[in-house]
Ligand binder design. Structure first.
Ligand code: ADP
Ligand code: ADP
Length: 225
């Protein structure tokens, strides 16, 4: 678990586009923060800078007290969950979920135990030997989350993880993500353009518009006015 601090974070793409401008935000240890706003306002760019997938043009990013601006994604101890599940089609659910631990050369017994624990939490125990193609959308999304949680990262970063699901599954998964985050208590930053997700999921909502933070507050505070 970890605090994430964005201090004057700015992103200018090589073509000159100023995508994110002077974002100042402290995300507390264990907090669930939603980044919301219309398409193109800079949500994904902000998340990708936290993940280390985009360079930071200006400003300082700290994770757990350490400046990480120049650290590679794998050295930031955070896990990203994307909308496109990006599962390996030829691998079983078990192997997909254990992949990062195998890369990190964890021993087999540890990997098996962590994968089984994550599968229990995510209700995937009966599906461990199946391939992604034989799962429903919601099950695939849960495998993607399982892949993130087995690493026990300091933080989860989620970019529209539910946008490929139908409306009914989305509601169901929303509840499951909120419950999972409470149970694990892992600092989470969740990007969405969906007001309902913003209202129901997080502890705090950050509203972005045209590259800047427009408003920050609790869901009740922001939406009851
Ligand atoms: P979203 O709105 O869900 O963030 P986009 O469709 O805006 O997705 O972006 C999808 C991909 O295209 C991202 O990898 C993003 O970096 C890239 N992209 C978005 N806008 C531009 C742009 N103006 N020039 C180049 N790449 C872009
Ligand atoms: P959001 O996630 O809120 O939809 P993005 O962070 O994807 O917004 O994009 C913010 C702005 O940066 C947009 O104007 C987009 O066109 C631009 N942008 C995103 N990715 C790139 C890129 N790779 N190159 C140039 N411009 C980009």
């Amino acid at each position: 678990m970890a605090e994430i601090v964005l201090d004057g974070i700015t992103k200018r793409y090589p073509d000159g586009a100023l995508a994110v401008r002077d974002v100042n935000l402290t995300i507390a240890d264990g907090e669930f923060v939603i980044l919301v706003g219309p398409s193109g306002c800079g949500k994904s760019t902000t998340l990708n800078m936290i993940a280390g997938l985009e360079d930071i043009t200006d400003g300082t990013l700290r994770i757990a007290g350490q400046v990480v601006n120049d650290r590679a994604p794998k050295d930031r101890d955070i896990a990203m969950v994307f909308q496109s599940y990006a599962l390996y089609p030829h691998m079983s659910v078990r192997d997909n979920m254990g992949f990062a631990l195998r890369l990190a050369k964890a021993d087999k017994a540890t990997i098996a135990a962590k994968v089984e624990e994550a599968a229990r939490i995510l209700d995937l125990t009966q599906h461990l030997d199946r391939k992604p193609a034989n799962l429903s959308g919601g099950q695939r999304q849960r495998v993607a989350m399982g892949r993130a949680i087995v690493r026990e990262p300091k933080a989860f970063l989620m970019d529209e993880p539910l946008s490929n699901l139908d409306a009914k599954l989305r509601v169901q998964m929303r509840t499951q993500i909120a419950a999972l985050q409470r149970r694990l208590g892992t600092t989470t930053v969740y990007v969405t353009h969906d007001q309902v997700e913003a209202m129901t999921l997080g502890d705090r909502v950050v509203v972005m518009r045209a590259g800047v933070v427009q408003q920050v507050g609790s869901p009740q505070h922001l939406y009851d006015e």
